[in-house]
Design a protein around this ligand. Structure first.
Ligand SMILES: C[S@@+](CC[C@H](N)C(=O)[O-])C[C@H]1O[C@@H](n2cnc3c(N)ncnc32)[C@H](O)[C@@H]1O
Length: 212
């Protein structure tokens, strides 16, 4: 086993476990879905829950539900009266999502929306304390511009995959749209003086953006 794999194993062995429901979701996704690697996974899931524990947000927004794995992790960390709105463009995921959302003790905290986040977000009311951006990498800048005014002062945006498998540091021109989208987003975040930001080298890169 490579050292990075041993470290990954050690990290998981010394962090909180996933619930049985999340383990079952993960197994089901790896057997039955085409792109199970899009799931946040054990370690990042525990990190997302910990952010919710620490921040105690009343309103959370997730852009890109996929299986609902990260949704369930964040919901676990929320107070009983807090809410998470999660948006998924692909309504073919509905049966899979509901299979794990319905039996969850945190179901009551979750509002599931289907549609393009760019159209759904303007229809949601109020402001958010925590926003998790994890949908189409080509549109990160658009999501960011759309949600910025909807994030309260002192609120946090978490943007996933901001290292994009290391492609952000590859030499040469970036013709693929997803890499270009992430590069554009990272440059915009770097220049934005309305925020404080740190990229955590967790999994595929998780940018923490705090609104001044
Ligand atoms: C990386 S997956 C999300 C993984 C999930 N957040 C997790 O951590 O377990 C990205 C999802 O975003 C969805 N998506 C892509 N573009 C979208 C859009 N414009 N609005 C809403 N969802 C979108 C995709 O269909 C896909 O299911």
């Amino acid at each position: 086993m490579m050292e990075t794999e041993r470290i990954e194993e050690y990290l998981l062995a010394h962090s909180d476990e996933e619930s049985e429901l999340l383990k079952a979701l993960n197994r089901d996704a790896h057997v039955n879905l085409l792109r199970p690697r899009m799931i946040a996974g054990h370690l990042q899931g525990r990190v997302l829950k910990m952010f919710c524990r620490m921040m105690r947000p009343e309103r959370v927004l997730e852009i890109g539900t996929y299986t609902g794995y990260a949704t369930l992790c964040m919901a676990e960390g929320l107070e009983e009266d807090a809410r998470i709105d999660t948006i998924e463009i692909n309504d073919e995921m509905e049966d899979f999502i509901r299979k794990y959302l319905d039996p969850s003790p945190d179901k009551g905290k979750i509002r599931l929306h289907f549609g393009d986040a760019m159209e759904v977000i303007p229809r949601l009311e109020g402001t958010f304390d925590l926003i998790y951006i994890d949908a189409d990498k080509r549109k990160y800048v658009d999501y960011y511009d759309l949600v910025f005014t909807r994030l309260r002062q002192g609120g946090l945006i978490l943007a996933d995959n901001t290292l994009w498998s290391g492609k952000v540091v590859e030499e040469g021109s970036h013709t693929d749209g997803q890499t270009a989208g992430i590069l554009e987003f990272n440059e915009k975040i770097k220049r934005d003086t309305r925020i404080e930001k740190v990229i955590l080298p967790l999994r595929d890169g998780l940018t923490m953006i705090w609104k001044k």
